[in-house]
Design a binder for this molecule. Structure first.
Ligand code: HEC
Length: 125
């Protein structure tokens, strides 16, 4: 008798716990895989996807990955700037602010998510 109702209740509890746990432990690598990896590789020397490889991004001058066809809009907005956490944060918040017309069709309004991803990218070097 008890099992008949407690099973769904436990399932709900497990789902809720799962969500809470994944938010508490949302680490940058996982977020990167969810949000960026469809378009960006991070492994050294991995081929570019729709976007340039982001290995050792921090400190790299924007738009300089050899062989990647950056848009003219990207180059116009970012040439001469180097990627640091502040620039990356502004880029992820809205690429179209920094480089109107850029091909990166992504933006992230949640500062915490951006910050986790940026911390992760700083470790990929
Ligand atoms: C839908 C595909 C897509 C997604 C998702 C995406 N990007 Fe991009 N990204 C691009 C494209 C395309 C460019 C090149 C833009 C251009 O040339 O206009 C780019 C450029 C960049 C650059 C410039 C790199 C350089 O070499 O100067 C950075 C940094 C970047 N993306 C970071 C990220 C991060 C971090 C995420 C996840 C939070 C992300 N992107 C999600 C497609 C994407």
């Amino acid at each position: 008798m008890k099992a008949a109702w407690s099973t769904p209740a436990m399932l709900v509890a497990a789902l809720l716990f799962g969500v809470a746990a994944s938010m508490a432990h949302a680490d940058g690598e996982k977020l990167f895989k969810q949000q960026c990896a469809a378009c960006h590789a991070v492994a050294a020397n991995a081929p570019a996807g729709m976007g340039p490889n982001l290995h050792a991004l921090i400190g790299r001058e924007a738009g300089t990955l050899a062989g990647f066809p950056y848009s003219n809009e990207f180059k116009k907005g970012l040439t001469g700037k180097s990627w640091n956490p502040e620039l990356l944060d502004a880029w992820l918040e809205d690429p179209q602010n920094l480089a109107p017309g850029s091909y990166m069709m992504y933006k992230q309004a949640d500062a915490e998510v951006r910050s986790e991803i940026i911390v992760y990218l700083q470790t990929v070097k």
